[in-house]
Ligand binder design. Structure first.
Ligand code: NAD
Ligand code: MG
Length: 396
């Protein structure tokens, strides 16, 4: 029987890569539900090709446009719109696997709905886990969902940990450290004094990975690594000090696990998200991802270095937020999303992103993150505070 798939965020970078893997393995997978924010045209194209039962757009006008496009195409996919429809999509009857690939906090409720349905959930939407932390993991356990990491580093760690082919969380037996690698992004070597002048297009031109704009900016500030640090703590149930960040500009090693006997296991591959997507789709089996294997005869040098906390203040902010606990990671994430959007809109400088986050963290109330209401309230408050800081121009 084919695995029936729902892709939350199908028109994005991860969504499209997932469809590419599915298309290569038509005997294994069937697309049941596709969702997106506003891009009716792309979603219509995807519906024509994959013929899902349901397509959801968050935006009402876009959904109307989608209905028209689909009727012109003679495609009988049902169209719905709105936030509740996204949540329902994640629980669509018959779906077994949900790919959580919405960007940002907007993905939290649909992703949680997928978890609560006890589905297999392939998590790309790291922000959902960073925001809700233990609540999310407790929901996974309570509803016996199978949570698998799409984020390439976490996928690599997962593959290198003991028991990765067994049901449930991988184990930590004999593990000394998790080594979380990151490329350092496009600004690893430019003079620090020039960082305040960089443009959104420069920030989005990642040397190795082709990704959506928000995560590309996160990679340039290394907040992406900061969010991934928090994601790894929750995902694998480890403390912050069990994880070291290792800068590896070539993005060939996707992360490593260091054991007490001196062994270090690494997962390697070309930087192409279809590999971790295919790994999680097929887990514990393997399918063709369309990714070329590494060519060790022509590969350039692999280099490794420690992270530069002066150049990348977001790394420190993320570690501190994780240590502070409670709603702090949620506030960090909301302030980051707000600041990155302002940077992409040309409202603030690249170097203001970290400043907005730091100011937001010190101007919001930190509470325990023991209910969804508290998490959503913290997210809302942090966004209001961050917008206020940006609009009043009081960034210091
Ligand atoms: P993207 O911007 O390319 O795509 C985002 C998708 O989410 C789109 O389909 C969009 O329509 C949908 N979306 C956006 N806002 C929405 C809203 N308010 N309501 C409903 N849907 C909405 O982003 P991406 O690069 O594919 O990243 C998706 C997630 O995967 C992010 O959380 C990112 O951190 C994570 N991730 C991405 C990569 C990558 O290589 N792109 C790697 C690792 C992790
Ligand atoms: Mg990653």
């Amino acid at each position: 029987m084919k695995d029936k798939i729902c892709i939350l965020g199908s028109t994005g970078s991860i969504g499209c890569s997932t469809l590419d893997v599915i298309e290569r393995n038509p005997d294994q997978y069937e697309v049941e539900v596709l969702t997106a924010n506003t891009n009716a045209e792309k979603l219509a194209e995807q519906c024509k090709k994959f013929n899902p039962k349901l397509a959801v757009l968050k935006d009402e006008n876009a959904a109307e446009e989608l209905s028209k496009l689909l009727s012109n195409l003679g495609c009988d996919t049902k169209v719905e719109c709105g936030e509740q429809a996204l949540v329902n999509a994640a629980k669509f009857p018959g779906v077994a696997t949900v790919v959580a690939a919405i960007v940002g906090a907007a993905g939290l409720m649909p992703t949680l709905a997928a978890v609560e349905s006890g589905h297999k959930v392939l998590l790309a939407n790291k922000e959902a886990l960073v925001m809700s932390g233990e609540l999310f993991i407790n929901a996974v356990e309570k509803h016996q969902a199978v949570l698998l990491p799409v984020d390439s580093e976490h996928n690599a760690i997962f593959q290198c940990l003991p028991g990765a082919n067994r049901q449930g969380r991988p184990e930590m037996n004999g593990v000394r450290k998790i080594l979380l690698t990151g490329s350092g992004g496009p600004f690893r070597t430019i003079p620090i004094s020039q960082l305040s002048e960089v443009t959104p297009d420069q920030a989005c031109a990642h040397p190795n990975w082709d990704m959506g704009r928000k995560i590309s900016v996160d990679s340039a500030t290394m907040m992406n690594k900061g969010l991934e640090l928090i994601e790894a703590c929750y995902f694998f149930g480890v403390e912050l000090e069990q994880i070291d960040i290792v800068v590896h500009p070539q993005s060939i090693v996707h992360s490593m696990v260091s054991y007490i006997d001196g062994s270090v296991l690494a997962q390697m591959g070309n930087p192409d998200m279809r590999t971790p997507i295919a790994h999680t789709l097929a887990w514990p089996e393997r399918v063709n991802a369309g990714v070329e294997p590494l060519d060790f005869y022509t590969m350039s040098n692999l280099t490794f270095e420690p992270p530069d906390f002066e150049r990348f203040p977001c790394l420190k902010l993320a570690s501190e937020a994780m240590l502070a606990g409670g709603t702090s990671p949620c506030i960090l994430n909301a302030a980051n999303e707000t600041a990155v959007a302002a940077f992409l809109d040309g409202k603030i400088a690249f170097t203001d992103i970290a400043k907005v986050i730091e100011m937001t963290l010190s101007n919001t109330t930190l509470v325990t993150a023991d209910s969804l209401e508290k998490v959503l309230a913290a997210d809302g408050e942090a966004r209001r505070v961050a917008i206020d800081i940006i609009e009043k121009g009081v960034i210091v």
